[in-house]
Write a protein that binds this ligand. Structure first.
Ligand code: FNR
Length: 384
């Protein structure tokens, strides 16, 4: 197991998480749907674009500060919503939210979180976003939105790409239940990671405090939850109702085409999060960096565009901004850092990717995000 001080890039934290977590849990984070091709393409496709440095610019002071979804960000990164972080480390969502707020990036709390809207509201100065999964009962959706308003959340994002559960074969093979249950099979893999076991068992009860109005969401398994509560038909009319009830900065997460992005604007969204859920839902779709420019061109200034999926380096963030995205989201990397080292891991990982972003901007000759443009990227192998 490497020490935290030996971790630099995202791959180091992934390696550390692989060594600390029981294999089924590492696979739950890392894995994706079907053949995992879209998940791999999300990352690999960043290499299809080369950065084009321009020299002799004054980059004595570089700032990546921006405002997206009503949130002031020190650099254009938002930690994507991920469910049940306390499965991986007892610091859980609270640790991630504190690290994000201290680093000046955004944090999106999941409906499926093991920390409540109120707990995150109390410990994080922000910027904070609440991610809603649409439940069939609008009274529950509205109750969550009321709680977000009371807890000082800056923005709401509605995830629309989980209308059915993705086919994640690593989880089927390992027999992982979410949350993990001790069975003769799981015991064999959990026992190989005593450090995780102690932290997990000391982490307290598992519940979904954001699912019901009284904060007492009952959870036997994630699959049971999905089957019992989720809305099975999300319509544009329903979305417009949610956006109007919230009344603040509102994003739809999981769109992949320009027409849906335009319809999102019509429905009241102020941002679209271009995402394939990290390849965990539909396999066989595009990599996000390949489609972001077309969507940016189609929507103009009607909505902000946030790229989600495959971001592992500061240079990836800069490539997305050069294509026209307003910000990026990332999921697995901070979960690896949390799993291996808790809050301190997330803090160090965030510090690293922030410095990578600022260094890349300096190296391509841009002192502000406004200066980063399509002039700074070209298709790999294209004539200069
Ligand atoms: C997710 N994701 C997710 N998305 C969402 O809207 N609500 C959720 O509760 C979750 N839960 C979740 C759990 C885990 C373990 C992972 C890895 C992902 C998807 C997430 O928000 C984001 O779209 C992807 O993680 C982006 O891809 P990268 O950055 O992991 O490549």
């Amino acid at each position: 197991m490497p020490r935290l001080a030996q971790c630099y890039g995202t791959a180091d934290y992934e390696d550390a998480a692989r060594r600390r977590l029981p294999r089924p849990l590492f696979d739950y984070i890392c894995g994706a749907a079907d053949d995992e091709k879209t998940a791999a393409a999300n990352v690999a496709s960043f290499d299809r674009y080369d950065l084009v440095p321009r020299y002799m610019a004054d980059v004595t002071r570089v700032s990546a500060a921006t405002r997206v979804l009503g949130c002031d960000l020190e650099w254009p990164l938002i930690l994507a919503p991920t469910g049940m972080s306390r499965m991986f480390h007892p610091d859980g969502e609270q640790g991630v939210a504190i690290a994000a707020s201290d680093a000046g990036c955004g944090y999106a709390l999941s409906t499926m979180a093991t920390a409540s809207i109120e707990e995150i509201g109390a410990i994080s100065a922000g910027p904070k976003i609440y991610q809603l999964y649409l439940l069939a009962d609008d009274a529950l959706n509205f109750a969550s939105i009321d709680r977000c308003k009371a807890a000082g959340f800056d923005a709401l994002c509605l995830t629309v790409d989980t209308i059915v559960a993705g086919n994640r074969e690593r989880d089927l093979r390992s027999g992982l239940t979410v949350p993990p249950r001790l069975t003769p099979t799981s015991l064999a893999s959990f026992a190989t990671r005593p450090g995780w076991c102690l932290g997990y068992l000391g982490g307290g009860k598992f519940s979904l405090p954001n699912v019901t109005a009284d904060g007492g969401g009952d959870l036997s398994t994630l699959a049971a939850f999905f089957a019992s509560k989720m809305e099975s038909h999300i319509s544009w009319e329903r979305i417009a109702k949610i956006a109007a009830y919230w009344g603040g900065p509102f994003a739809i997460k999981g769109l992949q085409c320009a027409d849906d992005a335009l319809r999102a604007a019509d429905a009241g969204a102020s941002a679209v999060i271009i995402s394939n859920h990290g390849g965990r839902q539909l396999d066989g779709g595009a990599a996000m960096i390949d489609i972001v420019a077309d969507i940016v061109d189609a929507v103009g200034d009607r909505v902000e565009v946030i790229l989600d999926g495959g971001v592992r380096r500061g240079s990836h963030i800069v490539k997305a901004i050069a294509m026209g995205a307003h910000a990026c989201m990332t999921g697995r990397p901070y979960l690896y850092a949390l799993s291996a080292f808790g809050t301190a891991g997330v803090e160090r990982w965030l510090g690293g990717i922030k410095q990578e972003t600022l260094r890349t901007m300096a190296l391509i000759g841009c002192a502000t995000l406004a200066e980063v443009s399509r002039e700074h990227v070209r298709l790999a192998g294209a004539a200069p």
